[in-house]
Design a protein around this ligand. Structure first.
Ligand code: FES
Length: 315
């Protein structure tokens, strides 16, 4: 855990606040690569994940910057940040974690899509490759120009590569089929609202494995009506717990007094990940990629389940 102070707040778009976090005494902070996020621990006990907008792969950095959109359906997190967080406020954050890493080494033509506040990790990404030989294109979208963070900075990056789509100016949402077929693209990095990412997921279903990378802010809806119970076993001492259909493995662990780390409890942040020792996981998270899922060695107990009757985890 890192203690930081708020050293800058600035409205950078309608309902979007840029917040700079620095270590007390000007110490340096652990560096982070594009796509990384930090967990921000709010005084209410809520934990929220925010992408670092200034992660450039340095070993250390002087501050972290995040951009927080006021969420109309806020459960208190973004509202508190907008209404109560002040210059000089002290916050606890996690070390940066990267579940959305950028690797363009194997790709020739990369498409980035950042929609709404989903522009935040994408902004770090395009900044990090702006002078590389990679052929990239960014489509930055929002409901209106006033709602897009970093619009001015992006406009100044490369007008051949950076494109904007504003629903209110263009008579509706982005035409994904037209954009995708303007390629050929051999990699896609996208972050934005669930509807957009669901549509992209459908449209790129036939793309090669490892070419489509997305980060979600909200978990996809799950059908839990057919959940069955299973036995969860801790490899360290053989202790086991019966996970009921209506509870998550994480909740079952907590029920028997196991103090296991978590942050989002929605299968988004990766904080609760454990290693599988034996058994078949039924992955329901947005953390693991297709290769991890096929390997069956990593498990996200806040949302995932077991494909059989028994799962042994490395705890
Ligand atoms: S607590 Fe965030 S993925 Fe489980």
């Amino acid at each position: 855990m890192i203690q930081v102070a708020v050293t800058r707040t600035q409205a950078i778009a309608r309902d979007v606040l840029l917040i700079e976090l620095s270590a007390p005494g000007g110490q340096s902070l652990p560096g982070a690569a594009p796509g990384a996020h930090v967990d921000v621990h709010l005084p209410s006990g809520q934990i929220r994940q925010y992408s670092l907008t200034n992660a450039q792969g340095q070993v250390t950095q002087s501050c972290y910057q995040i951009a927080v959109a006021r969420d109309a359906n806020s459960r208190g997190g973004s509202e508190w940040i907008h209404d109560k967080l002040r210059l000089g406020s002290s916050l606890r954050i996690s070390e940066p974690r990267n579940l959305f890493p950028l690797d363009v080494s194997a790709h020739k033509k990369v498409l980035f899509i950042g929609a709404g506040i989903g522009i935040t990790p994408i902004y770090s990404m395009v900044n990090s490759i702006k002078s590389s030989p990679t052929d990239w294109t960014l489509m930055a979208c929002a409901r209106s120009a006033s709602r897009l963070a970093f619009q001015e900075e992006l406009s100044g990056l490369d007008e051949q590569r950076v494109h904007f789509h504003f629903d209110m100016d263009h008579g509706g949402p982005l035409d994904l089929q037209t954009l995708l077929s303007s390629g050929p693209w051999d990699a896609l990095y996208a972050c934005g609202p669930a509807g957009l990412l669901d549509a992209l997921q459908d449209a790129t279903r036939d793309w090669p494995a490892g070419s489509v990378h997305m980060e979600r802010f909200k978990a996809q809806a799950q059908d839990n009506s057919e959940n069955s119970s299973f036995e969860l076993v801790l490899s360290s001492n053989g202790q086991s717990v019966h996970v009921e259909p209506e509870e998550s493995p994480l909740e079952a662990l907590e029920r028997i007094g196991v103090d296991h780390p978590f942050a989002c409890r929605e299968g988004l942040c990766g904080t609760c990940e454990v290693e599988v020792v034996e058994g078949l996981p039924d992955h329901r998270d947005n953390v693991l990629d297709a290769n991890d899922r096929a390997a069956g060695k990593r498990f996200i107990p806040c949302v995932s389940r077991c494909g059989g009757n028994r799962l042994v985890i490395n705890l």
